[in-house]
Design a protein around this ligand. Structure first.
Ligand code: EPZ
Length: 417
């Protein structure tokens, strides 16, 4: 089992380019199923979740080829609508293939994604909007079959909750349905706009993505395109956290500054100096960090739940008490017991976590509980006064591309063993 060995107390200092967005790439890879020819995807991150999505594409009859960080997908040969259980288990967000498969084949078969480390992850909102679009969904002991008899129909639908994945599935199915669909109370994450921009470049007619209401005029079918995936705002936030906890400084290039708007005020509150340019962000930390009064995770443009764990790790050595409320996932504090092994002082009460800053963290041997919780452990290990070990790093590889070489290239000492 691979692990990270981290020698702490080294200041992060340097310039790094942000990787392509995992949560942008996954729905766009699914959207390739809707196209009838070649798609050239630039800035596609090399992550285990992306490799899992490519395995699903190949299972469905697509061809995929890497050229550096460009991925070429040819979906002209799509001839299957069933996703095998092992691939669904490998990546639960494969549920986002539902809308594209239904749009292309009129059929989709897959196992219920089931829960994961951070929560139960139900799919009721996906089912509701699919049914509104005319899809019949049957669940036979966890094996789900979706079908449309006489084609997808447009609808007016209001989401009870702005679910990212359910919004993505609705867009994927509606863009090749008959008529005009109006979706309200949609998720507004930048990855939604990225998916809509990709689909529009393939000939779809989607308006309002990134806002609460999205209007989609269905078209016959979609053609290929050449597209560049947006940068990963959560990886950028994690790198800012690394510079902050080590009292260092960093410049991150190839980002979309507006995507960082919900996160920047948090670093300012901790006392960092932050400047933002056309496509870069720079941060200079300070020796003693201010605590964070209250971080509340919310749907975009609120503070992102995916940035909660790495930022909490930073506050373990801030001056004072920081408060976190996790509103999005019911089980997203699994990094807390592992942070306590570094000497952090954190108490969890339901959806709230109270962090009392300590003077310093000591090295520890810890295990990554999930993707962002694992990133939080790296952040803590960077500040610990000695050598720490982090196991369970397959979680981290799902969303961070070569994180050990990225951090080492800007002054840290992180080795994969
Ligand atoms: C996406 O997950 C992201 N994953 C998550 O990132 C991110 O944390 C989340 O959006 C919120 O921003 C991908 O894009 C692949 P949701 P998703 O549907 O689509 C409940 C990471 O670390 N819900 O907006 O699954 C759900 O249980 C990952 O990169 C229902 O109740 O998020 C959760 O409590 C983690 N019924 C809340 O809504 C449903 O049908 C938000 O889920 C669907 C969701």
């Amino acid at each position: 089992m691979e692990k990270f060995i981290v020698n702490g107390q080294r200041k992060i200092s340097g310039k790094i380019s942000a990787q392509g967005s995992k949560n942008g790439a996954l729905p766009i890879l699914s959207a390739c199923v809707l196209t009838n020819s070649k798609v050239v995807l630039h800035n596609c991150p090399r992550l285990s979740d992306v490799y899992a999505a490519i395995k699903i594409l190949e299972k469905l009859g697509c061809k995929a080829l890497w050229q550096e960080d460009t991925l070429i997908v040819d979906s002209s040969g799509v001839n299957n609508y069933s996703i095998p259980d092992d691939l669904m288990r490998e990546m639960r967000s494969s549920i986002v293939f539902l809308g594209a498969l239904i749009g292309r084949m009129g059929l989709a078969e897959f196992s219920a994604p089931g829960g994961c480390e951070i929560g139960l992850r139900p799919i009721d909102l996906h089912v509701k909007v699919m049914e509104a679009l005319g899809v019949n969904i049957a669940n036979d002991n966890g094996r789900i079959t979706a079908s449309v008899k006489d084609g997808l129909k447009s609808c007016n639908f209001v989401f009870q909750f702005p679910s990212v994945g359910a919004t993505e599935n609705a867009i994927l199915a509606a863009c090749v349905s008959k008529g005009t669909t109006v979706l309200e109370n949609c998720a507004r994450e930048p990855e939604i706009s990225d998916l809509a921009d990709f689909l529009n470049s393939c000939g779809a007619r989607i308006k309002g993505a990134g806002e609460g209401t999205i209007v989609i005029e269905g078209v016959e079918g979609l053609h290929g395109t050449e597209y560049s995936i947006i940068p990963d705002r959560i990886v950028a936030s994690t790198l800012l956290s690394a510079a902050t906890i080590t009292g260092g400084e960093i410049e991150i290039t190839n980002i979309v500054p507006s995507h960082m708007r919900p996160i920047i005020p948090v670093f300012l509150e901790m006392g960092c100096k932050v400047s933002v340019g056309e496509s870069w962000i720079s941060l200079k930390s300070k020796d003693v960090l201010n605590r964070l009064k209250h971080i509340v995770t919310m749907p975009y443009p609120g503070f992102p739940t995916d940035a909660q764990a790495p930022i909490m790790a930073v506050t373990t050595i801030a001056n004072g008490t920081s408060l976190f409320t996790e509103n999005i996932f019911e089980c997203r504090f699994k990094h807390v017991p592992e942070l306590i092994r570094f000497g952090a002082n954190i108490k969890v009460e339901g959806r709230m976590a109270v962090v009392e800053g300590v003077n310093r963290l000591h090295p520890a041997t810890v295990s990554a509980p999930d993707l962002r919780g694992g990133a939080a452990l790296i952040i803590a290990a960077l500040a610990a006064d000695g050598t720490s070990e982090i196991t369970g790093i397959t979680h981290i590889d799902r969303g961070y591309e070569k994180i050990e070489s990225v951090l080492t290239s800007i002054g840290a000492d992180v080795r994969r063993k």
